[in-house]
Design a protein around this ligand. Structure first.
Ligand SMILES: Nc1ncnc2c1ncn2[C@@H]1O[C@H](COP(=O)(O)OP(=O)(O)OP(=O)(O)O)[C@@H](O)[C@H]1O
Length: 225
């Protein structure tokens, strides 16, 4: 693993740190697959770090581990000094809900909910202000006109932007986005990156996996797997 770009002083007291992370998966036939091997990364508040690399090198898996969705086989994960790797399941899940805006590679939406309802999913009892904010973020992402549409009537890129809107709506401090521009043309990708820039300026720590030069060019640092 190698890094390029500027490096700022970071400590375990702010932002996200992964140290010596290893993950071994087990195939259905019982054989072991080493997926992550002794990975280290840090993402400070107000910084966007991009994980890049060939297909199958473990980018999505690393993001899932950092988001608290998969436990590493070994290694340490910290958020603002909290030892995430030592948390039991329920506190880890509470940390994840309160702290992480996660976009998976499939940009999964619930088909039985309209786009704006999908965006509001992470909020238990949406207020009028939350609903206005959901419409506003959809508009920023160029799909405000689709707020009342059903996901099945939307294109891949529109669905992807709706999933991004959902991850952004709660203004959480850690955004972990897997291939956020994968289904987007340059114009739509730029809308997404402008919104991410705004979140970064407001102090979010942002970790993305991407091959897209538009994303790589905006990153503060790049980690090559
Ligand atoms: N549940 C699993 N069980 C066993 N192996 C898995 C599992 N999930 C992923 N892998 C393997 O782990 C490796 C890394 O997968 P991952 O999806 O993290 O790669 P990636 O770099 O994100 O790839 P891509 O760029 O194609 O999305 C791959 O070889 C994959 O086959």
């Amino acid at each position: 693993m190698s890094e390029q770009g500027t490096t700022t002083a970071r400590t375990h007291s702010a932002g996200f740190t992964a140290h010596g992370v290893t993950l071994v998966r087990t195939r259905p036939d019982g054989t072991s697959v080493p997926v992550l091997d002794d990975l280290n990364l840090e993402v400070s508040p107000g910084e966007m770090v991009c994980v890049s690399g060939r297909s199958g090198t473990g980018k999505s898996t690393l993001l899932e581990v950092c988001a608290g969705g998969v436990r590493p086989t070994s290694g340490e994960l910290f958020w603002a000094g909290t030892r995430l790797h030592a948390l039991p399941d329920r506190p880890l899940e509470r940390w994840r809900s309160a702290t992480v805006g996660y976009l998976d590679q499939g940009s999964s939406l619930l088909e039985e909910l309209r786009i704006v309802e999908n965006v509001l999913l992470g909020i238990a009892r949406p207020s009028t202000a939350n609903i206005h904010a959901a419409h506003a973020v959809l508009t920023r992402l160029g799909i405000g006109h689709l707020a009342e549409s059903w996901p099945r009537k939307c294109s891949g890129g529109e669905r992807q932007r709706a999933a991004i809107a959902r991850a952004l709506l709660r203004a959480v401090p850690l955004l972990i986005f897997d291939e956020p521009t994968a289904s987007l043309d340059a114009r739509s990708a730029t809308l997404v990156l402008d919104v991410l820039d705004e979140a970064r300026t407001e102090g979010a720590a942002i970790l993305v996996a991407s091959h897209d030069d538009l994303v790589l060019n905006r990153a503060d640092r790049i980690i090559h797997l």
